[in-house]
Design a protein around this ligand. Structure first.
Ligand SMILES: *[C@@H]1O[C@H](CO)[C@@H](O)[C@H](O)[C@H]1NC(C)=O
Length: 373
C-alpha cells in the first residue's frame, strides 16, 4: 500500500474513533433535538424542530412496520432499545459511509434478539472434509454480472422471526443450479429443510441443522443429496416455525443435488464460480445489516465472525467511490428478510478485502438435469 493511502486511512480512523466516543456522550433523555437522529433519518430538512425527537421517529417506525406492543411496559422497553439503535445507526453510518444506515424493521431489537431471530448460521468455520471446487480460469470474466437478469433468481423471500437463514441460502443456490441444469426457475422449499434436515457435522458432535435455531448450507446440501432432492415451495410452503413434523414426499421432488463444493477464499475464483455455476451460498457477518438501508456497504472495521447465510447473485465493477479513491467493485447479495429490507431485499457489499467475512465460506452446488430423467 502506498504511504499516502496508509496516512489517509489513519486520518479516517482518528476521525471516527473521536466520533464514536462523542456519540456515546449524547443522551436521548428529554426528547430534545438529537443531532444523531438527524443524521440517520430522512426528511428532516425544513421540518419543525419538535418533530425531530426520538419519540416522533418511534411513532413513525411503529406505523411503518405495523408494530404493536402488548403492554405499556413492553412499549417503553422497546422505545429505549429504539433510541439506542438510532445511535448505533449513526455509528454505523460513520464507520460505513458508502452505505446508508438508519431505521429498519429491526430497530426495536437488541443485537442479541436480532441475531437469535433473524440470522441462524450454526457454525463459523468450514468443515475440513469439504470437497474443494476445481480452480477455474478467471480471464474473460465480465466486468459486471447479475444472475437476476438471467432469470436464475426467485423473488426475495422472508424467513420471519426464525433463525433459518441457512435454508434460504441453500434453496437459493439450488434454485440457480437447477435453472442452469434444466432451464426452469422453480422456487424450492425451505420448510422441508427446517422440518426434515437434521444433518450433523461429522467433526463436531451435537452440531446439527436445527430449524429455527440455525444450520449450515453445506450440511443442507448433504441432506438434500441423501434425501433425493427438494420439493417446490408451493408443495411444502414456509411456515416460519420448526414445531411441525417432516412432511417430505419423495414423489414430489423438484430439484436434485448432483454435487457441491467449497470455493477458495480468492475473490476471482468466487467470481468465476458464480459466473460458471450460478448463485453461490455464502456466509457473512450481519452486524451492519441490522441498520442497512442501501448503498454499497464497506465498513472500515467489520467482524469476520460469520453469523448469517445469504446468496451471492452477482457483482458490479464500480458501485461507489470513497473520497480520493477510485470506484470500487461490489458483490450483490440476496437476503431473506423480505423486499422491504435493504435495496428491495438485496444488499451490496464491497469486494476486495473479505469485508465482514463474505469470502470466507462460499459454496457452489450443481443440480441434476431432471429433464432427461
Ligand atoms: C457436478 O455435477 C455436474 C452436473 O452433473 C457435473 O457436470 C460436474 O462435473 C460435477 N462436478 C464435480 C466436481 O464432480
Amino acid at each position: 500500500m502506498e504511504y499516502s493511502n496508509v496516512f489517509f486511512i489513519f486520518v479516517i480512523f482518528s476521525f471516527f474513533i473521536v466520533g464514536v466516543i462523542c456519540t456515546e456522550t449524547f443522551s436521548a433523555e428529554g426528547f430534545e433535538v438529537d443531532p444523531l437522529i438527524e443524521q440517520v433519518t430522512d426528511g428532516h430538512e425544513g421540518a419543525e424542530p419538535q418533530l425531530l425527537t426520538a419519540e416522533h421517529h418511534f411513532s413513525l417506525f411503529k406505523k411503518r412496520f405495523k408494530k404493536s406492543y402488548g403492554s405499556q411496559e413492553e412499549h417503553d422497553y422497546r422505545f429505549k432499545i429504539f433510541q439506542v439503535n438510532l445511535r448505533r445507526a449513526a455509528r454505523h453510518q460513520k464507520l460505513d459511509p458508502s452505505a446508508t444506515h438508519g431505521v429498519t424493521q429491526f430497530s426495536d431489537l437488541t443485537p442479541g434478539e436480532f441475531r437469535k431471530a433473524y440470522l441462524g448460521l450454526r457454525r463459523l468455520r468450514l468443515p475440513k472434509d469439504a470437497t474443494e471446487a476445481p480452480i477455474l480460469p478467471t480471464d474473460n470474466l465480465p466486468q459486471d454480472f447479475d444472475w437476476r437478469e438471467k432469470g436464475a433468481v426467485t423473488p426475495v423471500k422472508n424467513q420471519g422471526s426464525c433463525g433459518s437463514c441457512w435454508s434460504f441460502s441453500t434453496t437459493g443456490a439450488l434454485e440457480g443450479a437447477n435453472f442452469l441444469a434444466t432451464g426452469k426457475l422453480v422456487s424450492l422449499s425451505e420448510q422441508q429443510l427446517v422440518d426434515c434436515d437434521h444433518e450433523c457435522d461429522p467433526e463436531e458432535a451435537g452440531s446439527c441443522d436445527s430449524g429455527c435455531n440455525g444450520g449450515l448450507m453445506n450440511s443442507a446440501f448433504e441432506y438434500t443429496l441423501k434425501a433425493g432432492g427438494l420439493m417446490r415451495e408451493e408443495d411444502y410452503p414456509y411456515t416460519g416455525t420448526d414445531r411441525g413434523t417432516c412432511k417430505f414426499d419423495n414423489t414430489k421432488v423438484a430439484a436434485k443435488v448432483a454435487n457441491f463444493s467449497v470455493v477458495s477464499l480468492d475473490e476471482d475464483q468466487i467470481a468465476a464460480n458464480l459466473f460458471k455455476n450460478g448463485p453461490l451460498a455464502v456466509a457473512i457477518n450481519a452486524v451492519f445489516m441490522q441498520t442497512y438501508i442501501g448503498g454499497v456497504s464497506c465498513p472500515y472495521i467489520c467482524s469476520k465472525r460469520l453469523d448469517h447465510g445469504v446468496l451471492l447473485v452477482g457483482y458490479g465493477s464500480a458501485g461507489y467511490a470513497p473520497v480520493r479513491m477510485k470506484d470500487k467493485p461490489y458483490w450483490i447479495i440476496k437476503n431473506s428478510w423480505g423486499e422491504n429490507w435493504g435495496e428491495n431485499g438485496f444488499y451490496r457489499i464491497c469486494r476486495g478485502r473479505n469485508i465482514c467475512g463474505v469470502d470466507s465460506m462460499v459454496s457452489t452446488v450443481a443440480a441434476v438435469n431432471t429433464n432427461s430423467e
